[in-house]
Design a protein around this ligand. Structure first.
Ligand SMILES: [Zn+2]
Ligand SMILES: [Zn+2]
Length: 150
């Protein structure tokens, strides 16, 4: 298992327990697939991997619902740049998830998640507010060439 995500399942369980949410077997499996993949996956890739690993044919809707739950709880993030999902690498127990910046390699598709300094994110919110906009996706996506592809 990727060391960055070693605690994510524990965090997921804690989060769900304290918020009265249920980490169902399907949600947990989807999270596990994303943790093991160590890379962003599309919903269909997840569906295929789910079927292969758990020998269970799932409907795309089931995967979408699980992903919706996982993104709402900040355990997984949706990347708009490539329409893929990635396991959170910044999750900590009992801590609110702040804004993250995602460095997405345009060549290999790998992603690094880094927390954004609260001062910067506050400014982003303020600027959006000044223009009358409410921020929907609280993260930044930056296309880059990673150190392995350089
Ligand atoms: Zn995160
Ligand atoms: Zn790369």
């Amino acid at each position: 298992m990727n060391r960055r995500f070693v605690n994510l399942l524990a965090v997921a369980k804690d989060k769900c327990d304290s918020d009265g949410l249920r980490l169902t077997e399907k949600r947990k499996r989807v999270l596990n697939l994303l943790i093991d993949a160590q890379a962003p996956l599309s919903a269909y890739e997840i569906k295929d991997m789910f079927t292969t690993r758990y020998s269970e044919d799932v409907k795309p809707m089931t995967i979408y619902r699980a992903l919706e739950f996982l993104t709402e709880t900040d355990l997984v993030h949706k990347l708009n740049l490539n329409n893929k999902f990635v396991a959170c690498s910044q999750a900590k127990c009992c801590e609110h998830h702040g804004y993250s910046q995602f460095l997405i390699c345009v060549q290999c598709g790998s992603v690094e998640e880094v927390a954004i300094d609260p001062i910067i994110s506050e400014n982003l919110v303020k600027q959006a507010k000044n223009l009358g906009c409410d921020i929907v996706t609280p993260h930044l996506e930056v296309a880059c060439i990673c150190k392995h592809c350089k």
